[in-house]
Design a protein around this ligand. Sequence first.
Ligand code: NDP
Length: 238
Amino acid sequence: MAKPLIVITGASSGIGAATARLLSAQGHPLLLLARRVDRLEALGLPDALCRKVDITDRAAVAAAVEEAEARYGPVDALVNNAGVMLLGRIADQDPDEWDRMFDVNVKGLLGGVRAVLPGMIGRERGTIVNIGSVAGRKTFPNHTAYVGTKFAVHAMSENLREEVAPHGVRVTVIGPGAVETELLSHTTDDGIKAGYEEWKKENAALAPEVVAQAVLYAYGQPQEVCIREIVLAGTRQQ
Ligand code: NDP
């Protein structure tokens, strides 16, 4: 039987790209969203609709989901992965960076949920996997605004799970520790960036494929089983 459609946001690099490769290898058609559509297309995955969408544009997200469903049938899972991490000290960080993180990591994630949830509720099945962080469970130096977004992701995931459980829809939040991706590259404070780069080495960052396996584990359970939360990090991470 044909596998159902899965939507992955932020699939142009890191964890999202690794998850796209893994779920495609399982035979799922995919809707891949990010701003760098060339990077989505370069993955070269079969049955993968690639759309240049800024996750903060709720109408564009909804339109892409509609287009993908017309092609591949209903969305069975959403991997809400798009995110930005702009480390900084609140005393001197540009507040526009706070806005960007909350817009993408929190409101963008809700926009993804809104685009697929009414259909899932109507069908009484579906899975939403939100990518949170260990920084959504504990704090780190220079992470104040970022941990705000990721604590929000963990809290919203649990509340959403309670909201949709009676409709047979599952919500999982996955909280990775340090993962070797492009995430740090967008931080504008060079001193903080260099310090975190060192910290990542000492704390044995994971490969993105490890997180992709966690997504597959949660999604691959029978629909009657909801993995609520997975928190994973390199063994040597503090
Ligand atoms: P990357 O920077 O490699 O990937 C981030 C992805 O998000 C890219 O595909 C990027 O695509 C996309 N993205 C960013 N902004 C937008 C936007 N406005 N609209 C659409 N897509 C956007 O980092 P990771 O793979 O590490 O990050 C993935 C998730 O994992 C994030 O939510 C992050 O917070 C989380 N995470 C990462 C950890 C790590 O140590 N790396 C640890 C814990 C959690 P594009 O730029 O093409 O739009």
